[in-house]
Design a protein around this ligand. Structure first.
Ligand SMILES: [Zn+2]
Length: 130
């Protein structure tokens, strides 16, 4: 699984090139792998009306879900500052809608990363099912 995470991280880093972040200058790229082994990338997309900005995580999820995929194994998250950055609260809630045990791989670089499960990062979440 180790090398698979690195493949995912490398795709997240590649996705940085498509980030549109003229306001924050904080580019984020992600790569999401499904249980069927498909990989969807995403990058953050900012907007002059700031609150309309879409995070990279939700872009990748939207691409996958609208392609008929809704079971996810892992998502690698990279940024252009070579720092670990955690997904925002909105994205944690959004991702929780699908798999609470999805692995969140926070990449500082191709070889330096931390792995969490989503439910560890978001233990008390809103749900209509319980
Ligand atoms: Zn977010």
């Amino acid at each position: 699984m180790h090398s698979r995470y690195q493949t995912l991280i490398s795709k997240a880093i590649e996705a940085l090139q498509f980030s549109y972040a003229p306001y924050s200058n904080f580019k984020v790229g992600v790569a999401l792998i499904t249980n069927t082994e498909k990989i969807y990338t995403g990058s953050n997309i900012e907007c002059a009306s700031y609150s309309l900005t879409i995070c990279a995580e939700r872009v990748a999820y939207a691409k996958a879900i609208s392609d008929g995929e809704n079971n996810f194994k892992a998502i690698a998250i990279a940024n252009d500052k070579n720092e670990i950055s955690f997904p925002c609260g909105a994205c944690r809630q959004f991702m929780m809608e699908f798999n609470s045990d999805v692995k969140i791989i926070l990449a500082k670089s191709l070889k330096v990363y931390k792995i969490y499960e989503l439910k560890e990062l978001f233990p008390k979440n809103f749900t209509l099912n319980e």
